[in-house]
Design a protein around this ligand. Structure first.
Ligand code: ATP
Ligand code: MG
Length: 252
């Protein structure tokens, strides 16, 4: 076969703090890139299984089956929108992690199991709010990370720890990984704290800090309709902000 498939940009959406907008960001970066004509795979790597809940879909084979070699990629990949496929997750991912504990190279399993998948320009991995073996697997798979950070008190606590984790994977495993976007989420111009936090993020991370995603009720309503915000409220601030974020990845 002379045609090689396009190289896949492997992006993990990560923050061990809960509720910072990881899933919302993963879904909209994936859906926005798919809308723009790119082939995208979105992998739910959180036992909460929020991606399936978002799109209102279920599947008997999940990412845990892929991880434990009980299923092959073709068994777990589901099309949800034009150009957008997903791999779902559920609570069995927790037991899959336990099953990996005593294996050698147990942090390279996701990378190995996703390796045969081709034909996607982007693979976006939505991580759980923890720094555990699963997160390490996501970091060793990804070559880029997106860190959504919510604009609230204590938002910055733990960010340094996350960055150290990323750097330790880079050094210890000689794995090329970079922070391609730090995304301020739940941003409100009326809230002085928001402006201060964005300022300190820019001081710490520099140009990788994206324009903020504003606090927008449409973003929280969209999943209960099984829709992305682009479909549910295309002219909302949430849709606008995520479209802008998507453009960063299209042109990077
Ligand atoms: N910009 C926003 N404005 C308003 N609501 C938002 C925004 N972003 C996310 N939400 C809502 O906030 C909640 C948490 O968001 P989300 O699930 O994306 O966070 P998460 O980091 O994935 O959480 P977890 O750590 O549990 O995986 C959800 O109910 C979501 O709909
Ligand atoms: Mg989530």
């Amino acid at each position: 076969m002379l045609f090689s498939s396009p190289r896949t940009r492997r992006i993990a959406v990560i923050n061990h703090k809960g509720g910072t907008g990881k899933t919302t960001t993963a879904v909209h970066v994936a859906a926005g890139l798919a809308d723009a004509g790119h082939r995208v795979l979105l992998v739910d790597f959180d036992p909460q299984g929020n991606v399936g809940v978002w799109f209102g879909i279920e599947h008997e084979r999940t990412v845990a089956d892929l991880l434990l070699s009980r299923a092959e990629p073709r068994d777990v990949i589901l099309p949800v929108r034009p150009n957008l496929d997903v791999v779902l997750s559920d609570q069995t991912l927790g037991s899959a992690q336990e099953a990996l504990f005593h294996r050698t190279a147990n942090d390279e399993v996701l990378r190995t199991r996703l390796a045969p998948i081709s034909g996607y320009e982007f693979c976006i991995v939505d991580c759980a709010p923890s720094l555990n073996l699963l997160t390490r697997n996501a970091l060793l798979y990804a070559e880029e990370v997106i860190i959504p950070i919510s604009m609230e008190y204590l938002a910055l606590v733990g960010v340094r720890q996350l960055v150290e984790n990323i750097l330790s994977v880079r050094r210890g495993k000689r794995h090329d990984i970079e922070i391609s976007a730090v995304v301020p989420t739940f941003f409100s111009r009326q809230n002085k704290k928001s402006l201060e936090i964005v300022e300190s993020l820019r001081g710490y991370f520099g140009a990788v800090v994206s324009d903020p995603i504003r606090l927008n009720v449409k973003l929280s309503e969209a999943p209960s309709h099984g829709l992305t915000v682009f479909e549910y409220a295309p002219s909302s601030n949430g849709a606008r902000d995520y479209r802008k974020l998507v453009r960063r990845f299209e042109h990077a």
